[in-house]
Design a protein around this ligand. Structure first.
Ligand code: ADP
Length: 445
């Protein structure tokens, strides 16, 4: 499947001497450099088995994950290093890219500036610019870090004010969630009459920034439920036993606050765990997660609706997808033109506006997802604010302002994501698990 003769030869050599670490590493690095991401990932994993604590190999594996949008997996792979002070700064740069991909801009900026303060040669100007735009919307550099990033292992319960009315488009997705999550709680008699039991979680998957978190939050608001938002990479702890405690505490928090939507972001983080050397511990962690999902008895998770999101669904253990667990997978697609116009309309709702042609902006923002569009609106608002301050009166925002802000927008990795998805899915859809995704990867180039 590799169309590069040099790589083929290298791979053949590695196959003949599987324990030759320098060779394996070289092969993995070449694969990564040439963009064979899934193959590179497999080789780095194999190399990591030979040299478990090797920082370069871990960096390569994390890089391969990041470039496949598997940010949670990348963070999880890096975590054993990041937890100890004085870790190699270049690992901090990769972590920053993963955190930025997850929308954790504050933590990303912290990692980045911490890393370059120890080794200026690892600086990445392009990443620095994306961080600046993401954290401030302006071009002043963020302050250097003063303290360690906040520990978010125990998330607060949140009351979401968003409802499905705040989620543009995605009618099919909303309908699926309504049936799965909302109807059993809103109309228990109806479900009981058909002998159906509420339960089981939904796995939301799609490119970064397509609105998975937004949707989960809106589902909580729609239901009038509490919202517990957990970054899974955050609660995976390097010390045996602590992650299990964190998981249990998180489920208990949700159970104490029912009705509750319990949202796990970055579930692919568990997948990176399977590649590391602490196999037994990893299995234990996955089992604990599944046990919590199943509940000790059939009422344990009543009123707790479990949603999970990932950019990299192909990493999710099949055990997660059994009935009663994440038995439904819902694709959150990148928005088409109509959906982009609707998202823009929602994002601009409470701003002073001139006559707007959102369809024109939608046409000019192909390949942008919800998160990118939010960036466009934020930038346009920023400019308008400055102008209003100079003019001493509010100046409404116009179509031209949005178009100007859209010009400088760099899309997050939708195209790359679809290409990665195509690699995984075209050859692995025997079970029909990816049916929803098929039209997208066939249609989009
Ligand atoms: P993901 O979790 O898939 O990475 P997010 O949910 O964080 O993406 O989306 C980022 C932001 O984009 C949201 O906070 C929201 O403001 C905006 N957004 C995304 N999709 C939509 C949508 N369908 N309707 C309205 N806003 C959206």
């Amino acid at each position: 499947m590799l169309d590069d003769a040099g790589l083929q030869a290298l791979r053949e050599a590695a196959r003949l001497s599987p324990d030759n670490l320098p060779l394996r590493r070289h092969l993995a690095e070449q694969l990564l450099a040439k963009g064979y991401l899934a193959d590179a990932e497999a080789e780095f994993r194999a190399a990591l088995v030979l040299a478990p604590k090797d920082a370069d190999i871990t960096a390569g594996l994390a890089e391969a994950f990041v470039r496949q949008s598997a940010y949670g997996a990348a963070l999880s792979a890096l975590e054993p290093f990041l937890a100890s002070p004085g870790y190699p700064p270049r690992l901090g740069i990769i972590a920053a890219r993963a955190l930025l991909g997850e929308g954790e801009t504050g933590k990303a900026a912290y990692r980045y500036y911490e890393a370059i303060s120890r080794d200026p040669s690892v600086a990445d100007p392009e990443l620095a610019e994306r961080l600046t735009v993401a954290t401030t919307g302006l071009s002043s550099p963020p302050p250097p870090p003063a303290a360690a990033p906040p520990d978010s292992s125990e998330e607060e319960v949140e009351r979401s004010k968003l409802t499905f009315a705040d989620v543009a488009g995605m009618e099919a997705v909303k309908e699926a969630l309504r049936v799965k999550l909302l109807l059993p709680i809103q109309q228990p008699e109806l479900f009981a009459a058909y002998g159906k039991r509420a339960g089981g979680g939904v796995l939301l998957y799609g490119p970064p920034g397509s609105g998975k978190t937004h949707l989960a939050r809106a589902a909580a608001g729609e239901l009038g439920a509490a919202f517990v938002n957990v970054g899974l990479a955050d609660i995976l702890d390097m010390y045996v036993g602590s992650s299990e405690r964190n998981l249990r505490a998180t489920f208990d928090l949700a159970r104490r606050n029912r009705p509750c939507v319990l949202f796990f972001d970055e579930v692919d983080a568990l997948a990176a765990r399977r590649s590391d050397m602490r196999q037994a511990h990893t299995r234990q962690l996955v089992n604990q997660f599944l046990a919590e999902l199943d509940g000790v008895d059939q009422h344990a998770n009543e009123g707790v609706l479990v949603l999970a999101a990932t950019n990299a669904p192909w990493y999710i253990d099949v055990a997660f997808r059994r009935p009663g667990r994440f038995d439904q997978m819902v694709f959150v697609p990148p928005p088409d033109a109509a959906a982009r116009a609707a998202i823009l309309r929602i994002l601009c709702r409470d701003k002073p506006l001139a006559e707007m042609d959102f369809d024109a902006v939608a046409r000019a923002t192909e390949h942008l997802v919800g998160a990118d569009l939010k960036g466009v609106v934020d930038r346009a608002v920023e400019v308008k604010l400055q102008q209003s301050i100079s003019a001493g009166r509010p100046i409404p925002m116009s179509t031209a302002d949005l178009l100007a802000a859209a010009k400088g927008a760099k899309p997050t990795a939708v195209r790359e994501w679809l290409a990665t998805a195509r690699n995984y899915v075209l050859h692995a859809n025997e079970s029909g698990a990816w049916d929803e995704l098929m039209p997208w990867i066939k249609a989009k180039r």
